[in-house]
Write a protein that binds this ligand. Structure first.
Ligand SMILES: [Zn+2]
Length: 290
């Protein structure tokens, strides 16, 4: 005749067994619950006490163009001298309806894409950024005039999907989504004036000024009134650029203005501190730095 365990072995033994299981469970809770112990093989880690003085290691997203075709880009970026976390081809391969991006370096490793760089007080952005290289030839001169190669729609669609994911996972601030030319002005001009920053901002990627705010600042400013160069340098620096507050409209300042214009007013990146440029900068500061 079949009998239950409790009937077969008697209630006292079964009760002891349950008390033993309960004691083990309480002990496991005390060890793992109270002290958050994590098993690392030969030792435990207790991460109960969390410091306030900490920040995410990845804080910036940097866009580049490769200035090469795809085979050369891949060859150079998988060599020993330069690298980037991701490479976006001109016409990315598609699988099951989704575009494929090449990952050349894991995000938790440092890639060598930024070089000497500065943004918002931080230098050597290779340490703290994810780098995205986009296959594009950059400018070519025809009869002394620069012609820029446009980015393709498929390429930009993949850049948007990829960036959205990187930004979300790493909680990157809009103001920290930058071009190589922003962080190394004068030394670098990529991703160039045809990079669709506005389109990316409309898709929730990176910073962009609100038109009504730009109009409001523009209306307050006399078109040909003298520029307070020191104030302009301070504002550029406050936004993120590296520029000295000499008060003199020197080559460094013009180069930084040009980088700013390539990003936020690409129709004219002459480097001249015109009223619209100043209004765009004011609008950006109001939106992101107030
Ligand atoms: Zn670059």
């Amino acid at each position: 005749m079949a009998t239950s365990g409790a009937v077969k072995f008697g209630l006292p033994f079964s009760g002891r067994r349950y008390i033993y299981i309960l004691a083990v469970a309480v002990l496991a809770f005390l060890i793992s619950g109270c002290h958050s112990l994590k098993d690392r093989g030969d030792y435990w880690v207790d991460d109960t006490h969390r410091a306030l003085g900490a920040e995410p290691r990845i804080q910036f997203l940097v866009f580049h163009y490769t200035a090469e075709d795809f085979p050369s880009s891949l060859n150079i970026l998988t060599g020993e001298n330069v690298s980037a976390h991701y490479l976006v081809d001109t016409d990315p391969d598609i699988q099951s309806g989704k575009a494929i991006v090449l990952q050349l370096v894991p995000e938790n490793m440092r890639a060598w894409h930024a070089g000497a760089s500065f943004w918002r007080g931080r230098i050597n952005l290779n340490d703290t950024s994810v780098g995205v290289e986009i296959v594009n030839q950059g400018p070519s001169k025809v009869n002394g005039v620069s012609h820029w190669q446009p980015f393709t729609d498929n390429q930009i669609a993949l850049v948007i999907a990829l960036s959205r994911d990187i930004i979300e996972r790493n909680q990157i601030a809009a103001i920290n989504v930058v071009g190589h030319s922003d962080i190394s002005p004068g030394r670098k001009i990529d991703p160039g004036p045809l990079f669709p920053w506005k389109k990316l901002a409309d898709a929730g990627i990176g910073a962009w000024p609100d038109s009504p705010t730009v109009e409001r600042y523009l209306a307050k400013r006399q078109l040909h009134s003298a520029v307070d160069v020191k104030q302009l340098q301070n504002n550029l620096n406050r936004y993120g650029y590296q520029v000295s507050d000499s008060g003199v409209m020197d080559n460094q300042t013009r180069t930084v203005i040009k980088a700013f214009q390539m990003h936020f007013r690409p129709a004219n990146y002459s480097g001249e501190a015109d009223a619209e440029t100043l209004a765009i900068l004011d609008a950006l500061l109001e939106k992101y730095k107030s």
